[in-house]
Design a protein around this ligand. Structure first.
Ligand SMILES: [Ca+2]
Ligand SMILES: [Ca+2]
Length: 101
């Protein structure tokens, strides 16, 4: 917010003032970034733990510009398949879908 001032060149000069209110809207100028660049996981083949790991990504934009959708890229092996379970807009867990043994 700031004040603007205008006046003419007459003598005596006349003038006016106004208040300018600027509302800054968010632009989608930040890409989502994972907390760690690489996640190295070691999972025992006979594990019964369904949740393998939870990964976190952040996007500092606001509103829809900062909301994140997780997905698995590429093909997964039939014996090593995972699925993503969203916990919130910022958290997702990798869940093992089949036996690894
Ligand atoms: Ca963004
Ligand atoms: Ca932004």
């Amino acid at each position: 917010m700031f004040a603007a001032y205008v006046r003419d060149l007459a003598f005596p000069s006349l003038y006016d003032t106004t208040t300018v209110i600027v509302r800054v809207s968010d632009q989608n100028d930040n890409a989502p970034v994972f907390k760690d660049p690489v996640y190295r996981l070691e999972v025992p083949e006979n594990t019964n733990v369904a949740v393998v790991h939870t990964v976190v990504a952040m996007d500092p934009d606001s509103g829809i510009n900062g909301q994140i959708i997780y997905s698995i890229a590429g093909l997964s092996s039939p014996i090593f398949s995972f699925r993503l379970v969203p916990l919130s807009f910022d958290f997702v867990k990798f869940q093992c879908c089949s036996s690894l043994d």
